[in-house]
Design a binder for this molecule. Structure first.
Ligand code: C2E
Ligand code: MG
Ligand code: MG
Ligand code: MG
Length: 274
């Protein structure tokens, strides 16, 4: 039992399925208190090249560690932060943590680090400049940072969206359209907005080995992304069948449990050196 408890307390997501999911609803007060305590962190999930199998970078994913062990995953607090006006502060805290704790350093091997942007962050006009300053403080080139924007970051005001995305682009950040295929982005937006990467939603990728429909959708999306000159990434790669299928179709990069789960910074560094 002691061993099991130690295992559960250990900071790796390899054993995440063993942990009881943290289901208690989160309150705005708890969110705010955690912000004041600087409690938010990030884990890092490797992305690899489909062609060479080599590590190309990491996605930084928000985590809220609990005193009693375990982590509250972002799905359980990001949207509440958005609704309660705390998202700008929260994003800055997560980014500050991620940038100060990147596995390896940005100078090594030209690795790219992806950070998730809330649609609401796009309305914060001070954010691009703030992020540039944070990168400079940590000696990280903006060109090694990819900002992932979900399709739902929408889209009802394409001009305003273009303007705010451009504020990141002119500072050298790269932009990625996240969860592609399940949201609202139109093909026109994909082609005209300054994205350099497309991430196929994991819903289609997870089911590649079992669903012919997913296979067709993924093939079409890879073709679309490639013909628009985008770097195409598949997330939710859970098995070898999916990985091989993606590679054969010319998908550029893969991310998923088949390669590695998200890990804390030191585990991610160790993983990338093995
Ligand atoms: P996302 O950006 O699409 O990130 C991918 C999610 O899929 C992550 O969940 C990751 O742990 C999970 N995942 C990766 N590979 C696999 C796989 O092979 N199988 C399965 N079943 N899942 C896989 P996570 O960390 O729980 O994050 C969920 C979502 O929360 C993210 O989806 C993103 O939209 C949001 N999020 C995470 N961090 C942040 C953040 O710092 N800011 C904002 N605004 N949103 C964030
Ligand atoms: Mg993402
Ligand atoms: Mg995604
Ligand atoms: Mg997602």
């Amino acid at each position: 039992r002691t061993e099991l408890l130690a295992l559960l307390a250990s900071d790796t997501e390899e054993i995440a399925p063993l942990r009881k999911p943290y289901m208690q609803p989160v309150s705005v007060d708890q969110l705010r208190q955690a912000l004041n305590n600087n409690a938010y962190e990030a884990h890092f999930q490797p992305k690899t090249s489909c062609f060479t199998g080599k590590l190309v970078g990491f996605e930084c994913l928000a985590r809220w560690p609990q005193k009693e062990g375990g982590m509250i995953p972002p799905d359980q607090f990001i949207s509440l932060a958005e609704q309660s006006g705390l998202i700008n502060e929260l994003t800055r805290q997560i980014y500050r943590y991620a940038l100060a704790n990147l596995p390896l350093t940005a100078r090594d091997q030209n690795l790219k680090y992806a950070l998730n942007l809330s649609p609401l962050n796009l309305l914060d006009q001070t954010f691009p400049r703030w992020l540039l300053t944070e990168c400079q403080k940590n000696d990280i080139s903006p060109s090694s940072i990819i900002l992932e924007v979900t399709e739902t970051a929408s889209m009802d005001n394409p001009l305003a969206l273009l303007e705010s995305l451009t504020q990141f682009r002119i500072r050298g950040f790269q932009l990625s359209i996240d969860d592609f295929g399940v949201g609202y982005s139109s093909l026109v937006q994909l082609a005209r907005l300054p994205f350099s990467e497309l991430k196929i939603d994991q819903m289609f990728v997870k089911t590649l080995s079992t669903s012919e429909e997913s296979q067709k959708i993924v093939a079409a999306v890879i073709g679309l992304g490639k013909s628009l000159g985008l770097n195409v990434v598949a997330e939710g790669v859970e098995d070898e069948i999916a990985f091989n299928y993606l590679r054969d179709l010319g998908c550029d990069e893969a991310q998923g449990y088949f390669i590695a789960r998200p890990m804390d910074s030191s585990a991610a560094s160790a993983w990338s050196k093995k």
